[in-house]
Design a binder for this molecule. Structure first.
Ligand SMILES: *Cc1c(COP(=O)(O)O)cnc(C)c1O
Length: 383
């Protein structure tokens, strides 16, 4: 079968290999069969190794992976709604739209939430954050509420900024709070060690740097922490994290129908991640990034986040000032050439984003840069 290769430069879902796409074509199977359960068990075990140095062969595992049918947001909602006890509060480090989304989730579940606002294009001020934690703890305490968790985004996909999970984890550790990290668009393409960084819950999904199909949320939990959430009154049914964990542990089945074919694709994507290696994937992404950023800057485009704070996975560019520029026209021009690009998502500036995640490389970026030159000439756009 010949599948047209589209190059997704939007920030997820990412471009996948043909072998991942084709892995979905399997005989029908009931996901309650043991064979399916074993496959899921294997996927979960491997996914843990991408986020820690846990030794899976000796069974020396501090962390456990829970999969949940749904997009990445479902996985984030699962954690936020399941791990914070009554009379406990969440502090959210907010430097972009995905952190704002976590605040929204907490509010819907009536979880007390404290917001620490940080600029969307420069590094978090960790001293200020520490002050915020201390003040919040005191204030909440006088209301009988315990600040138990901090949530942050690792790679804020809206801007391309990479937050420092080690600094965040150290602060959490120093103040006795658990650390929830939305690592949706960093996990799979950079080494993360949950044990070293003191991450209690790490959230990602099947369709970003793991390079699988959309539809499965990935939650990697510190097993001890997860066990302590057993008796928290359930705020929902489908998304309850402990129940999902316990049910799979006991039955090797999902509680509810999982996205069966997406899981076959995820199995293949995990195989391909193991074959490439996280370090090599990181190097491939960085090479694409450097090629793309350099080419764009040579054409005159300006970048929102400086090199030092950039993830190298997604880059936000300011729109050209030219009146003739129009994002939709540019989008359609690129679409015809097989590239999908996406508008910006930062509130205060007109921007667009170029992602370099997924099964793409530097050569694709060179083709993209040529297409950008053609676009600027054809529509006579000055930057
Ligand atoms: C993609 C993404 C999500 C989840 O988005 P979905 O559309 O639900 O998959 C959450 N957080 C971050 C940082 C993301 O990049």
């Amino acid at each position: 079968m010949k599948i047209t290769r589209n190059i997704l430069l939007n920030p997820g879902p990412a471009t996948t290999s043909d072998s991942v796409k084709l892995a979905q074509v399997v005989p029908d199977i009931c996901p309650r069969e043991a064979e399916f359960g074993s496959m899921v068990d294997w996927i979960q075990t491997q996914l843990v190794t991408f986020a820690s140095c846990d030794n899976v062969t000796t069974g020396d595992e501090h962390n456990v992976c829970v999969l949940m049918g749904g997009s990445g947001t479902a996985a984030v909602e699962s954690v936020i709604s399941s791990v914070i006890a009554p009379n406990s509060a969440l502090l959210v480090v907010n430097n972009g739209a995905y952190a704002t989304r976590i605040i929204k989730i907490a509010k819907i579940y009536n979880i007390p939430v404290v917001e620490f606002e940080s600029p969307h294009n420069s590094a978090i001020d960790y001293n200020k954050l520490e002050q915020c934690i201390i003040t919040a703890k005191k204030e909440l305490h006088s209301d009988g509420i315990h600040l138990s968790h901090l949530a942050a985004i690792h790679h804020e996909t809206t801007s391309g900024i990479l937050n420092d999970s080690h600094c965040l984890g150290s602060l959490c550790n120093a103040h006795g709070i658990e650390f929830i990290l939305d690592a949706m668009s960093s996990y799979g393409a950079m080494s993360i060690d949950m044990n070293k960084d003191g991450i209690h819950y790490l959230v990602s999904s099947s369709n970003k740097n793991i390079q699988g199909m959309a539809g499965v949320g990935i939650i990697i939990c510190n097993r001890q922490s997860l066990e302590t959430t057993k008796d928290i009154p359930k705020r929902n049914l489908y998304l309850n994290l402990y129940e999902q964990y316990e049910y799979f542990l006991n039955t090797k089945q999902f509680r509810f129908t999982p996205p069966v074919q997406t899981l076959y694709a995820l199995k293949q994507a995990v195989d391909e991640t193991l074959a490439e290696g996280i370090e090599n994937r990181y190097a491939r992404y960085q090479e694409s990034y450097r090629t793309m950023r350099k080419g764009m800057e040579e054409m005159g485009f300006c970048v929102l986040v400086d090199e030092k704070n950039s993830s190298g996975f997604i880059t936000t560019f300011f729109d050209p000032q030219d009146m003739k520029y129009n994002f939709d026209t540019m989008h359609d021009f690129f679409m015809k050439k097989g590239f999908t690009i996406y508008p910006g998502k930062v509130s205060k500036a007109n921007t667009f984003r170029i992602a370099n995640i997924g099964q793409i490389n530097k050569d694709d970026m060179l083709v993209f840069l040529n297409a950008m030159k053609e676009y600027l000439i054809e529509y006579q756009i000055k930057i």
